[in-house]
Design a protein. Structure first.
Length: 147
């Protein structure tokens, strides 16, 4: 990948609504993340009553609400579709109770027809999985807890 191709790629990325880009071509690997103004200010603009309502909804939906259990959260680095397995015919990469090694693939997230592998940040045991196969995930959303 030459410098002009990289510049063109970054220009297209800058003009897009995407907040994360990861490209690998030969020896070149590029990871870019941008913070949008909406993302930075949306937390400040939520009225307190709405924030409380959101917290109550999360408590009601135990599958998507991270618990207070100890361990490290693995969060989505981008917005996209969560895939628990490499294909519909195959078994999930991991399940609750599985022992994982640092760098082991936990899931895939598809964004703009590109698949991004999400890997374990450290050795441990999968304590919780917060999303289901083919769920839409948001940037920084908790996906797994590793204990």
């Amino acid at each position: 990948m030459d410098i002009q191709e990289i510049k063109d790629l970054l220009r297209v990325f800058d003009d897009s609504d995407s907040v994360f880009l990861e490209v690998e071509s030969g020896d070149t690997k590029i990871k870019v993340k941008k913070a949008s103004a909406v993302e930075c200010t949306s937390q400040l603009m939520v009225p307190a009553a709405m924030a409380e309502t959101k917290a109550v909804k999360n408590e009601d939906n135990q599958d998507s609400a991270p618990s207070t259990e100890e361990g490290e959260l693995v969060k989505a680095p981008l917005v996209g579709v969560f895939y628990a397995a490499p294909s519909p015919e195959e078994v999930s990469y991991v399940q609750v109770g599985d022992r994982v090694k640092e760098g082991q693939t936990l899931c895939l997230i598809e964004a703009m027809k590109m698949m991004s592998e999400i890997t374990a940040p450290r050795d441990g045991v999968i304590k919780e999985i917060f999303v289901k196969n083919q769920d839409m995930v948001e940037f920084d959303q908790a996906l797994f807890r590793i204990g």
